[in-house]
Ligand binder design. Structure first.
Ligand SMILES: *[C@@H]1O[C@H](CO)[C@@H](O)[C@H](O)[C@H]1NC(C)=O
Ligand SMILES: *[C@@H]1O[C@H](CO)[C@@H](O)[C@H](O)[C@H]1NC(C)=O
Length: 308
């Protein structure tokens, strides 16, 4: 998986940073951390995550992502849990001394099942659609169905995250983060749904069985998770990332293709296997759901941490 970042997303971030004053506490740059921190704020407080569905998704498909988001702040009895994966971001707060008060909760769903902007979307249209979830201190996750083409989709990118602006409050605009991820099922599963589909550019290892029986949607969860980790730890383009700001490697994208211990190109790592279905996973969610979630950087050691 290559960069998740569109030039459009970066443009928004850069423009906003130069034109707005954030009322958030920024930390001075500390150069000794192995995973580069650029001094800016991380997300904090209670933040709803809204889902905007563009195109056709069945209720079963929607439940896969819905339960994933709802699981982020609900530890399950069975370990490891989706909540323990989310808590891998706690270390980023610890090394900055920014209090980790972040609680992501499931917000609302918006359905656009009749393709209001057609079946071929530009980055500007993604932004327009993302705004349907609201524009004030939240994360909007826009998900496009398998029959929708999107500017740059499958050409090295599976999704993006960026910052948007909402209405004025006093002297500053409200702001919101948004994520877009496409269902790669028919367009590029070998790029965006690996390891549930044979890779298009890596070693041809047999695909793993997807934990919720839908490699397109289970692949979307991997990308949503990865972009959420980037959003939380680099919400304004000046948090944690390595490499150039226009093509940053973030908390999770810096660990591409790693899901379990012992991973190497073509091998996702040693994972848990569901005895009933034979599917591979590494995290338990609510409603008995299982997920495969990507590795996360340990910001102190610059190593990729996995749940299993
Ligand atoms: C989350 O992770 C931090 C840092 O590793 C740890 O101190 C804390 O106990 C964890 N919280 C939960 C609820 O597991
Ligand atoms: C979408 O189109 C179908 C068929 O034309 C219609 O029945 C349905 O009400 C529309 N849905 C929305 C949300 O507009």
């Amino acid at each position: 998986m290559a960069s998740f970042h569109s030039s459009h997303g970066l443009l928004l971030i850069v423009v906003l940073i130069s034109s707005l004053q954030f009322n958030l506490k920024a930390e001075p740059v500390k150069e000794l951390f192995p995973f580069p921190y650029h001094g800016g704020p991380l997300l904090s407080g209670n933040i709803p995550v809204n889902l905007i569905w563009y195109g056709q998704f069945s209720p079963t498909q929607r439940a896969i992502v819905l339960d994933f988001i709802a699981s982020l702040s609900k530890p399950t009895a069975e370990q490891p849990s989706v909540a323990s994966w989310m808590n891998l971001t706690a270390k980023f707060y610890q090394v900055t001394t920014i209090p980790d008060s972040l609680v992501l909760s499931l917000g609302k769903e918006v359905l656009d099942e009749n393709y209001s902007l057609g079946k071929s979307l530009t980055s500007a249209q993604l932004y327009k659609l993302a705004k349907k979830g609201g524009e004030d201190n939240l994360i909007n996750v826009l998900l496009t169905s398998a029959d929708v083409t999107v500017e740059g989709f499958c050409q090295g990118r599976c999704g993006t995250h960026a910052l948007g602006t909402g209405p004025m409050h006093g002297n500053t605009n409200s702001k919101f983060n948004y994520i877009w991820v496409g269902n790669s099922e028919i367009q590029c599963p070998g790029l965006c749904a690996w390891p549930f589909h044979e890779s298009i550019n890596g070693p041809k290892t047999p695909p793993l069985k997807a934990p919720n029986g839908d490699f397109g949607l289970d692949g979307m969860v991997i990308n949503v998770a990865s972009l959420l980790a980037g959003t939380v730890t680099n919400p304004f383009g000046n948090g944690f990332f390595q490499g150039p700001q226009e093509a940053p490697l973030e908390a999770s994208t810096a660990c591409p293709g790693v899901f379990g211990k012992g991973a190497y190109p073509g091998f996702a790592g040693t994972l848990l296997v569901d005895s009933k279905t034979g599917a591979s996973y590494n995290a338990n969610g609510i409603n008995g759901k299982k997920y495969l979630l990507p590795a996360m950087m340990d910001p102190e050691t610059s190593t990729c941490t996995t749940l299993v």
